[in-house]
Design a protein around this ligand. Structure first.
Ligand code: FE2
Ligand code: FE2
Ligand code: FE2
Length: 487
């Protein structure tokens, strides 16, 4: 027995029992002395795993954002907006951590593993809602959660604390996303869907095995897996689709702004138009998706900012939904047209779309008929929910104006030039009110009296006869149309 071995048991015990001054936990309480001595990854190993997590988050962000218009179910559009926002936020943190530890080139723009990349191609290429949900929430998010979990367990919390910390916060949001996704699978994916997708789901597992799992921690199977959904190059689908609760999508029969900003009308009935305008904002995430999908090569902060705004717009739509539920009004009786996102997504370039959005949002800044005015109406209704909806709807525009100034204006010169560019682009999407009617796409039915009556039952008031006659449409309302959607 060497002298060292003889000392061993007492050294182990000393390590085990090691405490700080007056019994304080050492090492800032992050880990015990035994772990600090005994475990950890090399910087290379840590960076390799971070780069794989970074790449996966980045590609999942794209997949989530890209499927917002073409996925019909409204709740999924909203959830994809949130999960895309989560991914976008964390991509930046992992990239930053690589730059903290390594000199350029960082290799952040390259796929870290061809099998992993093929796995992500397949998820992006999913052709149906069940496939997309299973790819994302039954395969990709669980693999991402495993990768984060393992990195936190395997790395030394003292030596690699910044990595540990970003994994921990990322995990929190990825788990939330995965939980929502699992429930969505339970609600929307039938056993027959799963069966029909069996070969594809098995291929996803085989791709992860070929990559040694998302983080490359396992031995790589080395198998070559045939491409299925990604056999043909991915093609972004910009056409917005809505589920069957969204009726009459070309209906432009009720001019919300004309009633909202009419000084002769009482504030309370205007609540309906405020909620309508909020919920109609579904079309902004549908439209911003196409900017994110088609603008490549920008700094990550661009995608991060734009995705944050996309999520804000989704929140505004949901605020409108909350409003209608609070009134006991069945919002499925109201047509929320999709003509704005359809027109922009199919007829303009990404830069033009961003400029139209910027022009509209700048138009909402002045007091008259802008966000402040809407908030005043909200306050005047004496309903705290309506006031709160408008308060935050207005506040979010402060950030959105900044995002436009940071990213769009420098591309187009000055603010005035950017707005003029947006205005010109907007004229290309002239709303063909009459033609939609002639083509049988819509009757532009006046939904106002029915919804106003329903709200009056909730308010326990008699409908005002004159207000029941309200019948202004968006025909000949080009100026008002500027406010449609993005407000
Ligand atoms: Fe906005
Ligand atoms: Fe908005
Ligand atoms: Fe809004």
């Amino acid at each position: 027995m060497t002298q060292n071995e003889a000392l061993r048991p007492s050294l182990d015990a000393a390590v085990e029992d090691y405490r700080g001054y007056a019994g304080l936990r050492p090492l800032a309480g992050l880990l015990n002395m035994k772990e600090a001595i005994g475990k950890g990854l090399t910087v290379n190993e840590s960076v390799e795993r971070i780069k794989r997590i970074h790449w996966s988050l980045k590609r999942l962000h794209y997949a989530l954002a890209a499927h917002i218009p073409s996925t019909p179910v409204y709740e999924l559009k909203m959830a994809f907006s949130l999960h895309a926002h989560y991914c976008a936020e964390h991509v930046g943190e992992f990239a930053k951590r690589v730059r903290e530890m390594r000199q350029p080139p960082y290799g952040l723009e390259m796929a870290p593993d061809p099998a992993l990349d093929q796995f992500l191609d397949e998820v992006l290429g999913a052709r149906s809602t069940p496939a997309l949900l299973l790819g994302l929430y039954d395969k990709a998010f669980p693999a991402l959660i495993r990768a984060l979990d393992h990195l936190m367990t395997d790395t030394n919390r003292l030596f690699d604390h910044p990595t540990y910390r970003i994994c921990r916060f990322t995990l929190l949001e990825m788990r939330e996303a995965e939980e929502y996704g699992r429930e969505a699978i339970r609600c929307l994916v039938k056993d027959t869907d799963r069966e029909a997708l069996g070969a594809w789901l098995a291929a996803l597992d085989r791709l992860l095995a070929a990559a040694g799992d998302m983080d490359g921690r396992e031995a790589k199977s080395g198998e070559t897996v045939e491409r299925i959904f990604s056999a043909a190059p991915y093609k972004y689908d910009p056409v917005p689709r809505r589920d069957e609760r969204f009726i009459d999508p070309y209906n432009m029969g009720v001019n919300a702004e004309a009633l909202l900003f009419d000084p002769e009308t009482d504030p309370l009935p205007k609540t309906i138009m405020l909620y309508f305008k909020r919920m109609r904002e579904i079309d902004v995430p549908e439209m911003m998706s196409s900017i994110l999908a088609e603008e490549s090569g920008k700094p990550w902060e661009y995608y991060q900012d734009m995705t944050r705004q996309l999520w804000d717009e989704a929140r505004h739509a949901m605020m409108g939904e909350v409003g209608f539920v609070s009134l006991g009004v069945d919002w499925t009786k109201i047509p929320f047209n999709f003509t704005w996102s359809l027109g922009l997504n199919t007829m303009l370039t990404a830069k033009e779309r961003h400029a139209v959005l910027f022009t509209i949002e700048q138009g909402l800044m002045p007091r008259k008929n802008g966000k402040e005015h809407e908030w005043e109406i909200g306050v005047a209704t004496a309903d705290p929910l309506t006031a709160r909806i408008q308060d935050y709807d207005w506040a979010d525009e402060v950030l959105h104006a900044r995002i436009g100034k940071d990213w769009l204006v420098p591309q187009l010169g000055t603010q005035v030039e950017a707005m003029a560019f947006g205005d010109r682009a907007w004229t290309k999407i002239l709303v063909d009110w009459k033609k939609w009617k002639e083509d049988g796409l819509t009757e532009h039915r006046n939904w106002w009296p029915e919804i106003y009556r329903a709200a009056c039952r909730h308010w326990q008031t008699e409908p005002d006869e004159k207000l029941l006659q309200y019948n202004k449409t968006y025909e000949n309302a080009r100026a008002d149309l500027k406010e449609v959607a993005a407000g």
